[in-house]
Design a protein around this ligand. Structure first.
Ligand code: FAD
Length: 439
């Protein structure tokens, strides 16, 4: 059976960044599984613009040489600026992978199963792989939220926003978009620009448009109020940018600021693009039925709508049970809170040697983990964990131990780790997972 020290599942921004960081650890055999940037290529509108600011959209590498600025300089794309077009960000992701010499193995991982001293993976062609550690960076694709009332309707009539890439086929059609967040509002703008008649149903009493006071947005002052990722309101954003501090805040403050930071809202540049879109607030759908080839919807305020199509801009809800590659015996041994794994300082779960990056890490490390801006923190924390441990992974039951945080300094690239070789040899010398869970 083929073997590696660390298998990374998923080649989106988190998987790419983690692989680039671990590649700098000499002697560590790392295998990256998945197709580079495939979620961005297949599940986001072609004409989308990134909501995250330029400074919050770099995929982190250990030497800080594969930033968006470097990509722009090397490729002579002087015109590139914020907001960044999706297609350029996808190209940047591929360029990042090539520059970091990652060569992902495109095969999907179908199953991850505990095995003595590590994990056995089953690949889509049935081939088994053994890995001492597994880093799940599989993103949110499986968490697309479809409200129950729409559950049984065909996707030709009701589709989640992640199922649409271009909107030309809706020219002249009546389309209802459900949701008041960036994805719903941008979908509405793109539909309207493609010639559809669009209405947005928003549950809340108003649409929040993201904006900053002008004096706060000047480069000279913004750093005093906002983290690099630009996530959350002034002040709170600074705490969110420091997941190591954020996770030490009382749980209720984490929960409040986490929810506040990612509440449904649209980027200010979308507002003029939704001028021709009707926005209906305080609106919920009570009933829906198909008549002929159209949908009849009754709203909570007794209004009715008859439309050709509904787009669900209803977001994503993390729930590890929806990852098809995690079997029940793994799920049973994971300490889950509302579907999120409880992770320790090395982003390691209650199953030793099984790590989760990206959105699933948000319960433990805050909303930064839902954005590309979180790649720097998580890749460094992961690498530190791997540098500080050696030997095979011991599968221990989850234990509550006092919190210990990762150091935030960046270790120099290409550190030689004599212990990592021992991953392959030693079956007995691994220290128990001493790193603590988040409490
Ligand atoms: C419409 C939309 C707009 C967004 N805009 C922004 C933005 O402007 N800025 C921002 O920072 N974030 C944005 N996000 C959030 C964005 O999804 C995350 O920041 C980003 O995708 C996180 O990267 P990731 O690597 O965790 O996940 P992904 O990019 O989803 O990568 C995970 C990869 O793993 C692969 N995978 C899954 N299962 C397997 C398997 N079993 N085997 C192999 N591969 C597997 C997937 O196919 C995917 O390619 C947006 C999200 C949406 C839906």
């Amino acid at each position: 059976m083929e073997k590696c020290d660390v298998a990374i599942v998923g080649a989106g921004p988190y998987g790419l960044s983690a692989a680039a960081h671990l590649a700098s650890v000499k002697g560590l055999e790392v295998r990256l599984f998945g197709e580079t940037m495939s979620f961005w290529e297949r599940h986001m509108p072609e004409a989308m613009l990134l909501r995250s600011p330029w400074d919050g959209s770099h995929i982190a590498d250990p030497e800080n040489r594969l930033t968006l600025d470097a990509y722009r300089n090397v490729n002579g794309n002087g015109h590139l600026a914020e907001p960044l077009p999706l297609e350029e960000f996808i190209r940047y992701g591929h360029w990042f992978g090539e520059q970091a010499k990652l060569s992902p193995d495109r095969r999907k991982v179908m199953r991850i199963q505990p095995a003595p001293a590590g994990y056995q993976l089953e690949l889509e062609n049935g081939e088994p792989w053994f890995a001492r550690r597994v880093v799940v960076a599989a993103g949110i694709q499986f968490f697309a939220h479809r409200p129950k009332i729409f559950a049984r309707l065909p996707s030709s009539l009701v589709a989640h926003a992640s199922e649409h890439r271009d909107f030309d086929k809706f020219r002249g059609k009546e389309v209802l978009v459900i949701g008041g967040g960036q994805s719903a509002l941008e979908t509405a703008a793109l539909l309207s620009e493609a010639g559809a008649y669009v209405e947005v149903l928003v549950r809340n009493s108003k649409v929040h448009w993201l904006g900053r006071h002008q004096w706060m947005s000047s480069k000279r002052l913004a750093w005093m109020f906002y983290g690099r990722g630009g996530i959350g309101p002034a002040g709170v954003s600074l705490a969110i940018q420091r997941p190591d501090l954020f996770r030490r805040l009382p749980r209720r403050i984490q929960d409040w600021s986490g929810a506040r930071a990612v509440r449904p809202a649209g980027a200010a540049w979308l507002k003029p693009r939704t001028q021709n879109v009707t926005i209906h607030t305080n609106a919920l759908v009570d009933q829906v039925r198909i008549e002929g080839e159209r949908l009849h919807l009754r709203l909570s305020d007794e209004d009715e709508r008859i439309v050709d199509h509904v787009v669900l801009g209803t977001g994503y809800r993390v729930n590890l049970a929806l990852y098809p590659f995690l079997p029940p015996e793994v799920l049973r041994r994971l300490d889950l809170v509302h579907g999120y794994p409880r992770l320790d300082a090395g982003l390691e779960s209650s199953l030793s040697g099984l790590h989760f990056l990206g959105a699933p890490a948000a319960w433990s490390f805050g909303p930064l983990m839902k954005f590309v801006a979180g790649t720097e923190f998580s890749s460094n924390a992961l690498r530190e964990r791997i540098l500080e441990t050696s030997g095979p992974v011991r599968l221990a039951p989850y234990r509550q131990v006092p919190a210990r945080l990762p150091q935030t300094r960046r270790p120099a690239a290409n550190i030689a780790v004599s212990e990592t070789r021992a991953f392959h040899e030693s079956a007995a010398s691994y220290p128990p997972n001493s790193a603590p869970p988040q409490t």
